[in-house]
Design a protein around this ligand. Structure first.
Ligand code: NAD
Ligand code: TDX
Length: 351
């Protein structure tokens, strides 16, 4: 094996797409997937590659310092792609400490372990930290986040991600740890847990349940197909410059209400319903506390320096996504059979 790469959070939504890409594209790499399998982690996401000889799953919690140190000493990875995180803003509002534990302390455990095993020969190593556009705060009607935009996180989730970004840079400056960071906009596609807007809406429309839209639905997000994010991660991991940050976005802004109307149209067609049927399910509910108004990413650095561009137009991406959820009923049923109903009722009843 030419390289051992430790991917954290590889059983989650984006992580599973990154693991699949790396396992298939680099047969000479040993790909390790370290994941605690929280409610968001699901090994079903990786069924197609789980028996590949260059893949190994390690169940472990990044908040467990001893376990993290042991894994680094045993496997001595050449690179880390760190995706493990608590990732849902609404959950961070009701349980911020869980976000501090995993996103901040868990990241520091990984940084310390990498520093300790890499200290003799750090130059050919790389710690790649996957972050979010939410660290930059909220935009008005115009403008874009660039890599120079000052951090201004406004939710417990984004503050915990901003904090972990700062930790990574601090370990670089203090201990010479080689790193890259990328900050990406909202992802959509197969395997996303249905607490997030798009799969939640698809699942509710399918079952003719109301689609909860926070506030007036005027908030804007920039949506990127998950496989395009995974391709960008591959590129940045291999060709990004040590110590640099790259923004990744879809150049694809939608207000939540327009996005949901679009999904309703695609679903009406896919389910042979009358045009306009699904839109009747739209329900405006109490707004999210501190709801960021608009995110929009300027990815020109990544596009010019590393020649990345998204491969899918949104129209095609959303049709593929709807089709995947409709074709993978069992995946959705498994995912919502556990604590999901309790979460849903805590989050949306009496809203
Ligand atoms: P996800 O919630 O779907 O998956 C997170 C994964 O991390 C799960 O498999 C979970 O089991 C694992 N995990 C959680 N806590 C852990 C712990 N303590 N130890 C080990 N594993 C743990 O998240 P996602 O949407 O795939 O996001 C992945 C990363 O990308 C996160 O760092 C997130 O901040 C970032 N990101 C996400 C988006 C998005 O739109 N989803 C956009 C930009 C950046
Ligand atoms: O029921 C809902 N109704 C609603 O109107 C939900 C779940 C969300 N929303 C709104 C809130 C946001 O404006 O839809 C938008 C998208 O919400 P989420 O899917 O929860 O994503 P967001 O809060 O934008 O954060 C996502 O993108 C950045 C990911 O969850 C983060 O992990 C990532 O960093």
């Amino acid at each position: 094996m030419s390289k051992t790469i430790l991917i954290t959070g590889g059983a989650g939504f984006i992580g599973s797409h990154v693991v699949r890409l790396m396992v298939n594209k680099y047969p000479d790499y040993q790909i390790l997937n370290l994941d605690a399998l929280t409610y968001a982690g699901n090994l079903e996401n990786l069924k197609d590659i789980e028996s590949c000889s260059n893949y190994e799953f390690i169940r472990g919690d990044i908040t467990d310092m001893e376990a993290v140190n042991r894994i680094f000493r045993e496997y001595r990875p050449d690179g880390v792609i760190h995706l493990a995180a608590e990732s849902h803003v609404d959950r961070s509002i009701s349980d911020p400490l869980a976000f501090i534990r995993t996103n901040v302390i868990g990241t520091v455990n990984l940084l310390n372990a990498a520093r300790d095993v890499w200290h003799e020969k750090p130059d050919d190593k790389r710690f790649y930290h996957i972050s979010t556009d939410e660290v930059y705060g909220s935009l008005g009607n115009t403008g874009f986040f660039t890599e120079e935009t000052a951090y201004d996180p406004r939710s417990p989730y984004s503050a915990s991600k901003a904090s972990s970004d700062h930790m990574v840079r601090a370990w670089h400056h203090t201990y010479n740890l080689p790193f890259v960071i990328s900050n990406c906009s909202n992802n959509y596609g197969p395997n996303q847990f249905p607490e997030k807007l798009i799969p939640l809406a698809i699942n509710n429309i399918k079952h003719k349940k109301s689609i909860p839209i926070y506030g007036k639905g005027e908030n804007v997000r920039d949506w990127l197909y998950v496989e395009d994010h995974a391709a960008a991660i591959d590129l940045i991991f291999h060709r990004g410059k040590n110590g640099e940050t790259y923004n990744i976005g879809g150049n694809n802004e939608w207000t939540n209400i327009d996005l949901i109307r679009k999904i309703c149209q695609v679903m009406d067609k896919a389910l042979n319903r009358e045009p306009g049927d699904s839109e009747k399910l739209i329900t405006f509910v109490k707004d999210r506390a501190g709801h960021d108004k608009r995110y929009a990413i300027d990815s020109s650095k990544l596009m010019t320096e590393l020649e990345w561009k998204p491969s899918l137009q949104f129209e095609e991406g959303i049709e593929k996504t709807v089709k995947w959820y409709l074709d993978n009923e069992e995946w959705m049923n498994d995912v919502i059979s556990g604590d999901y109903a309790k979460y849903y009722s805590r989050q949306y009843d009496n809203r």
